[in-house]
Design a protein around this ligand. Structure first.
Ligand code: FPP
Length: 248
């Protein structure tokens, strides 16, 4: 098999890896004349639900964008609230998730987080490291370009003078996970916003106007249904696909 073919994902009915931009928390709260923070708090509860929904559906990896490199620009009060929620996820929500066999991981540049958050990340990852259920990856202070650059720097550090696609893939933060099959963005925006740029090369994109705090099991299953209806050709013609993958 050629190197390029080896990098093209296999066809699966249930997405193995779902990547989500959980957008719309602020607007959800504003519509209810409540502070944005209320939307974020509910957003974390929805995330907890979606880990269960994805796990029950047979998804192996769920990766969510919790805090982008650009989110530091938000008002200090909001940044601080989001940091607090991150701690709640890492210190409290992780206990129940651990019981349910969830493996928790965090990707991104950890250096700008407080020592308490950095330690809680290590603890949460260690606690859940040997779980065999769904892997929940929280992208925090993460950017897709940053990920590619840190991969390239890791290769430079190894003394490589010439690199190929596989080299980069192996140094990305989520190197050991299959690439996302399904990318969901809630809240009506239709941008990738510097999420997992490299790994989204073949992802199916699903956009919904539903605000993240209103997203629920039924909405997740709509996204799965949409994914299942699409014909994923990975550059081939329709006729080259096995019969079960061809559109009726
Ligand atoms: C986007 O909504 C959401 C965020 C920037 C934060 C996402 C965080 C959570 C869902 C909860 C916290 C989870 C963890 C793991 C810490 P927005 O505020 O940009 O919404 P808007 O576009 O309506 O303003």
């Amino acid at each position: 098999m050629s190197h390029i073919a080896a990098n093209i994902p296999e066809y699966t009915q249930v997405p193995r890896h779902v990547a989500v931009i959980m957008d719309g928390n602020g607007r959800w709260a504003k519509k209810r004349l409540m502070p944005r923070m209320v939307g974020h708090k509910r957003g974390l509860d929805v995330l907890e639900d979606m880990v269960r929904v994805c796990s029950e559906a047979g998804v192996s990896y769920l990766t969510v964008f919790a805090f982008s490199t650009e989110n530091w620009r938000r008002p200090a009060e909001e940044v601080s609230f989001l940091m607090g929620l991150f701690l709640v996820a890492l210190q409290k929500k992780v206990i129940e998730m651990n019981k349910n066999g969830v493996r928790l991981r965090v990707i991104g540049d950890r250096s700008r987080f407080s020592p308490e958050i950095q330690q809680s990340i290590v603890d949460a990852e260690q606690l859940t490291a040997h779980n065999t259920g769904i892997t929940l990856t929280i992208a925090a202070d993460y950017g897709g370009r940053w990920d590619i650059v840190q991969a390239a720097n890791a290769l430079i550090a190894e003394g490589k003078t010439e690199i190929n696609e596989a080299d980069i893939s192996q140094k990305l933060m989520l190197a050991d996970a299959p690439e996302p099959d399904l990318f969901i963005r809630t809240g009506g925006e239709t941008r990738i916003s510097n999420f997992m740029l490299w790994q989204m090369a073949y992802a199916e994109f699903y956009f919904t106007d539903v605000l993240w705090p209103d997203f629920d099991a039924a909405e997740m299953h709509k996204a799965f249904a949409s994914f299942q209806q699409r014909e994923r050709r990975f550059g081939r013609t329709s006729e080259q696909l096995p019969a079960e993958q061809q559109r009726a």
